[in-house]
Design a protein around this ligand. Sequence first.
Ligand code: GLA
Length: 391
Amino acid sequence: MNLQELSAIVAAEFQKSYGRPPRWIVAAPGRVNVIGEHTDYNDGFVLPMAIEHYAVMAADRSSGGKNIFQIRDTNAGVGPVLVDLSAPVQPGEPKWGNYPRGVIAGCLARGMNPGGLDVLLHSTVPIGGGLSSSAALEVSTATLIETVTGKTMDPVEKALLCQKAEHDFAGMPCGIMDQFISVMGRQDHLLLLDCRSRQTELVPMSDASVSLLIVNTNVKHELTGGGYARRRQQCETAAKNLGVPSLRDATPEMLERAQGRMDEVVFRRARHVIGEIERTVHAAEGVRASNWPSVGQLMYASHDSLRDDYDVSCTELDAVVEIAEGIGSKGGVYGCRMTGGGFGGCAVALVKTEMVEAISRQIAAGYKEKTRIEATIFVSRPAAGATVIQA
Ligand code: GLA
C-alpha cells in the first residue's frame, strides 16, 4: 500500500474516531539497516534505509479547546495517551505514550507549543521487530508538531530531539541511526551516516535487479532488559583500555596488541565494532559500484560477528541466515544478516529481484520447519523520510 492510500485509510479512521475529518496528516517511516550494527554509539558508520512502513498521524485541534494532546491508536486494545500541556510533561502510562511524550516535552522546551490536539495514530511498522517502530512514532510526532506550529527544525536537531526523547522518557540509551534515517531517508537511496561528524551521504540504490527482503522472525527477546546498555558500556571500557576517545579511533592492530590486558568479552565486543565500521564503509562502496556479491559477503560477515563476538543474535535469526546461505547465490541470495538491535526481530537479505518470490517461499518453509514459527516476509524499496501529507 502506498502512502497516499494509507493516509486515506487513516483519515477515514480519524473521522470514525473523532466524528470529523482531520486537518493535518503526517507520516514517518521505520527502517532497515543494511549494515553497520552497533556502530552508531561508537562514532562509526551505519548504512540504513527507510522502509515503506510508516507511523501515520492524523490530527485536528482539540474539540472544546482543551489544552490536551490526545493520541488514540487504531490498534484496539491500546489505550489512548493524554498529555496535559498545562503541566510539565512526565513519563507515564500507557508506556508506548512515552515516545510521543518525550518529543512533546522537547518541542515545548524549544518554544514549539502545538496546543491541544486530537490525534489518531496508525502504524504499519511492526512493533518490536527491530524496524524502529519507536523512532517512526517519535519522528511522526515531531513532524506533526512542526506542521501544526509552522516552525520547522533543522533535520539534525529534529533527529537528536527524538533520540533524547527515547533516552529520557523511554529509558533506552539508543544511538542516532534510527531517528536520522526516519527523518532523512530518500526514495531509492541508502543513507551512509558518519555518526561522529553526523555527515550524511545518500547512496543511490535504484538497481531494480536487486531487492531487500525483510524477514521478521516474529520472536522478541528483551532489548531494554539491559543487554543493549551493557554492550554500550563494554564498548566504552574497550575504548578506555585502548586509550582512544571511541572505538572509531581504534584499529585491528591496536586491539590485537591490547588483547593480553583486556577482558575476553570486552575484547570480542571491540573486535565486532572495529570490523563492522570497516565493513560498512566497504559495503557503501559496493552499493555505489552495484557490486552485489561483495555487499552480500559483507552482510554475512556482519552476521557472524554479531552472533559470535557481539552475542546479540538468537537461534531464530541464525536459522534465517543459514537458510539464506543454503539457497546461496545460485538461488538468488547475495547475503543475509540480522538487522537492528538484535535478540530477535528481523533479518535482511539482499536478493535477485527476479527470484524474490521463490526465495521468500523457501525461507518461510525452512524457517517453519526449523522453529515451528511462521515468519512474516516482505520486500521494501528504500523509502522517503518523514513526510507531510496534508498541511
Ligand atoms: C537500536 C538502536 C540504534 C542502534 C541499533 C544497533 O536500533 O536504537 O541506535 O544502536 O540498535 O545498530
